[in-house]
Design a protein around this ligand. Sequence first.
Ligand SMILES: C[S@@+](CC[C@H](N)C(=O)[O-])C[C@H]1O[C@@H](n2cnc3c(N)ncnc32)[C@H](O)[C@@H]1O
Length: 262
Amino acid sequence: MCDGAVIPHYGINLPRSQHSEWDRIMNTGREETLRYHQSFYAAHLLYEPGTWLHTPAPYIMQVVDHLPRNQACKVLDIGSGVGRHCIALAQQLPPNSSIVAVDILPLAIEKLMKNARKYGVAKSLTAVVADIEDFPIASNSIDLVISCSALEHVSSKDVLRSRLADLQSGTRDHGIHCFMINTDFREISAAGEELFGTIEFALSLGEASSLIEELYSSWDILDQSTKRWEVSEYRGDDRYNVVSTCLQILARKSEPRSHLSM
Ligand SMILES: C[S@@+](CC[C@H](N)C(=O)[O-])C[C@H]1O[C@@H](n2cnc3c(N)ncnc32)[C@H](O)[C@@H]1O
């Protein structure tokens, strides 16, 4: 996949002799994403203390302050998992609002709907098993899109660009996008060895930031910031830490500029 002696991602120089190792990691990225989430959701409950499901991310929940107070809205949660954000949001949105939650894992969607019933919001939620890469997005139909730690799980930067563009045309004027996108993935083994993260494709912070700046230049950027993210995970009995830099974006779609006649 790389011609030169240097792999340009993460600023790491990787000798040509190790390029096949890089290819192996990237090719197993999707498999690893599914393996990890399947076993995690089987083992843990929504809002379980001591796990990353414990509470919704405040960064995503702030969207409530940016939506009209008394107007029903249509929400899309991409890579929803078992409902950490969409269930908490459903409890706070104006009456008659509706949320579509999309996740690739059938187990996540099954648990999400059970959780929605448990927390009394099943009526406002529709949960769909689908791949971020190809679920249909109707144009001009959504008021809010949220996505926490999921958009980086597509197969390439080109796919990410085209899906963000689809989400933009699916969003109504004044609609909001609130995303947390992990970049610069690394794995640190229990012995302290630093390895490339096993993910679908390597996305650096610089690449992700440039993509956002390019695509969202006509939107109002309400916030663009970064946060270090670290979580302990297991492969069998082997514990390792996943470290990444999370790019956080909160943006509002501006109305098209009118052409003033003189
Ligand atoms: C780190 S979890 C985050 C879940 C949820 N957003 C949250 O914050 O609790 C990432 C989620 O993205 C889902 N996912 C990964 N790749 C996906 C894809 N290509 N299409 C749809 N969902 C995907 C995984 O199944 C998983 O539930």
